[in-house]
Design a protein around this ligand. Structure first.
Ligand code: GLA
Length: 405
């Protein structure tokens, strides 16, 4: 009898654990897609501009295309009230966050918020250390769906980081609401080894991205190529429910003067923005846009709203591409897809337009394939190789489907 009781208990515990894990996994089955305030508005946010972005996200077809979150980044906080409850800045959010969440939800969009694992955030606002459970409950009460948790003003060592992230993750899990948890310690403590276990669905892998192609000796900061070179090597750590996060998409920011413009972020060409989108999709990255969604031009919409390209990012297999060719000019990435196809990206890092020939055997793909160009939506031939013109800083993106004969 006793034995039977213990086996039943064991069964109950193990099924509880499996359910708890499933519940966490369900939060970001594919990489989260959305828009975040920071790179466009910095601290200068308000309920007005967030509502405008929610309207634009719904009206431009972004919601239909799969963008599902609006994230309020740093600068929303107005301190704590006399019961230590976090409150928003009353000037920026006069109607409160709950009312904003209701508005955003009414557009079919989820709402994210930001805090930090210390007493102050990166921009110096009230943060969550010591108030994890209380803040998680507050966020739940407001209807928050996503938390970006930063690591400014916190100790360097990874043991403390794991503890602090674990504590907030547990508080969120206990809070009774599904809240996606984004670990943001910039890759400094190799979170790809521990963030999933600590309860995160995604983790930043690099320093803040600036709105430029690559670092220069004059302005030491990370551009698209610098972030890509770090994140591309981390492919073994991404899987369904757990993603490497190489930071926001700069697409459409052009010369805008927000935080992405700091330290030499002087903007990119549309070809470079299209490359960022291609590479981020190949890396199964969260697609977090940052330009003004109400003012997107046709080129920006074409880049951000291409369903065939988004499908590569959101593919159900959840694999991040491996870099199969990496020379000074040419990079080739391969991403296996759920239906047996492969996505292949060819990046020309050089300063000149050039012709490239790719033998598929060289990247481990034997056999003959039909080749579809995902940017032009046209067939790009069939066979065992592809040859064509690639502009400087352009990324070609193809879907390869095996031919049966
Ligand atoms: C850090 C993060 C950024 C942004 C700012 C806000 O730098 O990495 O993404 O959240 O803080 O202060």
């Amino acid at each position: 009898m006793k034995k039977r009781f213990f086996s039943l208990m064991l069964l109950a515990i193990s099924s509880y654990c499996a359910n708890a894990q499933d519940a966490v996994k369900k939060l970001a089955v594919t990489p989260p897609m959305g828009w975040m305030t920071w790179n466009y508005y910095g601290e200068d946010i308000s309920e007005q501009n967030i509502k405008e972005m929610a309207d634009a996200m719904a009206n431009t077809g972004m919601v239909k295309a799969g963008y599902q979150y609006i994230m309020i980044d740093d600068g929303w906080q107005g301190g704590r009230d006399n019961r230590n409850m976090m409150i928003p800045d009353a000037k920026k959010f006069p109607s409160g966050i709950k009312s904003l969440a209701d508005y955003v939800h009414s557009k079919g969009i989820k709402l994210g918020i930001y805090s930090d694992a210390a007493t102050l955030t990166c921009a110096g606002y009230t943060a969550s250390l010591g108030f994890e459970e209380q803040d998680a409950k507050t966020f739940t009460g407001w209807g928050i769906d996503y938390l970006k948790y930063d690591y400014c003003n916190a100790p360097e060592d990874s043991t403390t980081a794991k503890e602090r992230y674990g504590k907030m993750a547990r508080a969120l899990q206990k809070s009774g609401r599904d809240i996606t948890f984004s670990v943001c310690e910039w890759g400094d403590r190799q979170p790809w080894h521990w963030a999933a276990k600590a309860g995160g669905q995604l983790w930043r892998t690099t320093a803040d991205i600036r709105n430029k192609w690559k670092n220069t000796s004059k302005e030491n900061s990370a551009g698209i190529m610098d972030v890509y070179d770090i994140n591309v090597e981390l492919y073994p750590y991404a899987s369904v429910g757990h993603w490497n996060d190489p930071d926001m998409l700069n697409v459409g920011l052009y010369k805008h003067a927000g935080p992405a413009a700091w330290s030499g972020g002087n903007g990119c060409t549309d070809i470079e923005y299209q490359s960022q989108m291609s590479l981020w999709c190949m890396m199964a990255s969260p697609l977090i846009t940052s330009c003004n969604l109400a003012q997107m031009n046709e080129a920006t919409k074409r880049i951000l709203l291409n369903p065939d390209v988004i499908a590569i990012d959101q593919d159900a297999l959840g694999k991040q591409s491996a870099r199969k060719i990496n020379d000074t000019i040419w990079n080739v990435l391969v991403k296996p897809l759920a239906n047996g196809d492969y996505a292949v990206a060819i990046l020309n890092r050089g300063d000149n337009e050039a012709i490239y020939k790719l033998d598929f055997e060289k990247i481990g793909l034997n056999g003959k394939y039909t080749i579809t160009d995902l940017w032009s939506h046209k067939s790009s031939g069939k066979g065992k190789s592809w040859k064509g013109q690639v502009k400087s800083h352009e990324t070609k993106l193809f879907r390869l489907h095996i031919q049966n004969n």
